[in-house]
Write a protein that binds this ligand. Structure first.
Ligand code: ADP
Ligand code: MG
Length: 558
């Protein structure tokens, strides 16, 4: 029985095993080590995970979901083909896929995993990740922090055991910068800083907007399907730019084209670079380090592959970043090394800083454009140093309001419903005209993570207090067993026909994207594949898939 390491990413997930002391990434049935963290349900109720599901995000949006890691530990529910799933259930499908791929690759059962999570993940998010593991039939004794895994991989692979690391992790939708010390077998996270709304997606959008302005189109008013297609084309264009000096974005459906160079991209992305430098500087500031104190800058995440990024970082930190293998594989390698260490019953201690509050705490305020959907008003912002006490003032929203309910939320999302509700304080207030009440809300967060909330109505001279230590939103063992049983009835797509499924899914996606004769060509190619499948002649099927791929490549302008 083997233990594997898993990087369960927002955009992509990977599994890794340690063989003879070396991390070995596990390929999926398509022969790729990166499996997109996308889940889709097909018409037979089978679960598709990865590239096929990613194609279906466009052709079958109502049956597909992505980016669910953002909502781990919240009560958000995703609706796929009319069925409800929590973020941890969707994650469990990804984990189950990685587990089955690993079992096929290794030829043995996999029952245990070390899963990496962002350093700033709070207790709920960590618990939800473990729950996803249980739902996938994996025992998750250990979660490891992503920057720690990256630092471990960097030190092992570069042969430099100890030192101070700056881990720059730039993924699909998030940027995380961590200062990590690795000394005497202890990996310690000294500071984390991040922007959870900044990632590869932003480059895609910038390229797409540039394309629209060049062709007098209004990006914001494109219909959602068109916008999605354009973003996919922009992403392809961005990836091409990683390997060469200029790249083309060809939008066949609209009969439009744009060429973009590195220099142009760098100019368009000035705003992104400013945000990147703020995050890097705040991590250094919080850790009380200067860039000269850092031994190694480790590039992590798919977006770190972009030459403009490593170039920018080198200028900012006056140090050449080190690239260990492919940046989007580093965290998985580290998780795999942890798994290997665990197999040998040894241990490395992984410490997270405890003296900052890694997430925002706030209350709900009225959303005037959608009154059922209150907005988060942050009181203690993430990365505040503990202990910490902050006060904000609020007022009544309508005349003679006599009662208020102050919700207490944890998280970074704009809408309260996407954050974790920790509790609420209710109290009667003095009825006065709207906007004239003077309600003070004070949040005090101590070093042990206990939050005290105090609400004061100055006119009524009344105070209400509440202490909170968060431990709800967890499933009981019975609930867990029940969901486990329910999820067992969802079967993953068997690996056999996966290549065919991917070509077909791509064809259906193109059918959804294209119009007129080009759309007909996609339809003809799909029909051609179905006809070949009916013959059950392997050679004929292989030839036909190849021909269809060529048609699709041409339709996409590749
Ligand atoms: P996450 O940690 O969010 O799961 P990854 O580390 O896999 O994500 O990064 C995904 C992002 O990396 C996507 O935005 C993707 O477009 C980008 N990316 C992947 N490869 C390249 C490349 N060669 N050039 C530029 N961007 C890339
Ligand atoms: Mg990642």
């Amino acid at each position: 029985m083997a233990i594997i390491g898993i990087d369960l990413g927002t955009t992509n997930s990977l599994a890794c095993v340690c063989k003879n002391g070396k991390p070995l990434l596990i390929p999926n049935p398509l022969g790729q080590v990166l499996t997109p963290s996308v889940v889709s349900i097909d018409q037979d109720g089978k679960i598709l995970v990865g590239s096929v599901a990613r194609e279906r995000l466009i052709s079958h949006p109502e049956a597909s979901a992505s980016s669910f890691k953002r909502f781990m530990g919240t009560s958000k529910v995703f609706l796929l083909a009319g069925q409800e799933f929590t973020p941890q259930e969707l994650s469990s499908f990804v984990l189950r896929q990685l587990k089955e791929d690993a079992e096929r690759f290794l030829g043995e059962k996999v029952t245990e995993a070390v899963i990496s999570v962002p350093a700033y993940f709070n207790d709920h998010q960590r618990y939800a990740t473990k729950e996803a593991g249980s739902l996938a039939g994996l025992h998750v004794e250990r979660l490891v922090n992503e920057p720690s895994a990256a630092a471990l991989a960097a030190s092992r692979i570069s042969g430099k055991e100890e030192g101070s690391y700056l881990v720059f992790d730039f993924g699909g939708g998030t940027l995380d910068v961590s200062i990590v010390d690795y000394f005497d077998n202890v990996i310690e996270i000294i500071a984390v800083s991040g922007d959870n709304r900044l990632g590869g997606d932003d480059f895609d959008e910038i390229i797409a907007r540039r394309f629209c302005s060049l062709h007098q189109m209004d990006y914001d008013n494109l219909d959602p399907a068109c916008q999605f297609s354009l973003l996919r084309l922009a992403e392809d264009c961005k990836r091409q730019l990683t390997g060469k000096n200029k790249a083309d974005l060809v939008w066949e459906a609209e009969n439009k084209k744009m060429t973009i160079t590195h220099v142009e991209l760098a100019e368009l992305c000035q705003g992104i670079f400013d945000r990147v430098s703020q995050v890097v500087e705040s991590a250094l500031r919080d850790s009380d380090r200067a860039s000269g104190d850092i031994d190694q800058v480790v590039l992590v995440g798919g977006s770190s592959k972009m030459p403009v990024i490593s170039f920018y970082l080198q200028t900012l930190l006056k140090k050449k970043p080190c690239i260990i293998g492919s940046p989007d594989e580093v965290v998985a390698m580290g998780a795999g090394i942890y798994a290997g260490i665990k197999t040998r019953q040894q241990d490395i201690h992984d410490l997270v800083l405890t003296d900052i509050c890694p997430f925002t705490l706030g209350t709900d305020v009225v959303n005037h454009s959608d009154t059922d959907n209150p907005i988060l008003s942050p009181i203690i912002e993430r990365n505040s140093i503990l202990p910490c006490s902050k006060t904000r003032c609020y007022t009544n929203s309508y005349d003679n309001q006599s009662h208020i309910c102050i919700g207490i939320f944890q998280g970074e999302a704009y809408y309260c419903r996407d954050n974790i509700k920790l509790g609420a304080i209710e109290m009667d207030i003095l009825p006065v005209p709207a906007g004239q009440a003077h309600i003070e809300v004070c949040f005090s967060y101590d070093i042990n993570g206990i939050l005290e909330v105090e609400v004061t109505d100055h006119q009524k001279k009344q105070v209400r207090k509440k202490m909170l230590a968060s431990d709800h939103l967890r499933m009981s063992q019975e609930e867990l067993d029940e969901r486990l049983e329910a999820l067992q009835s969802y079967k993953l797509m068997p690996p056999g026909g996966i290549r065919t499924r991917l070509v077909l899914a791509r064809g259906e996606r193109l059918f959804a994207q294209l119009l007129g004769p080009r759309r007909q060509q996609a339809a003809d190619a799909i029909q051609m594949i179905h006809n070949a499948l009916l013959t059950q002649n392997d050679q004929q099927i292989i030839n036909c898939l190849k021909a269809a791929q060529e048609i699709f490549d041409r339709l996409e302008g590749l």
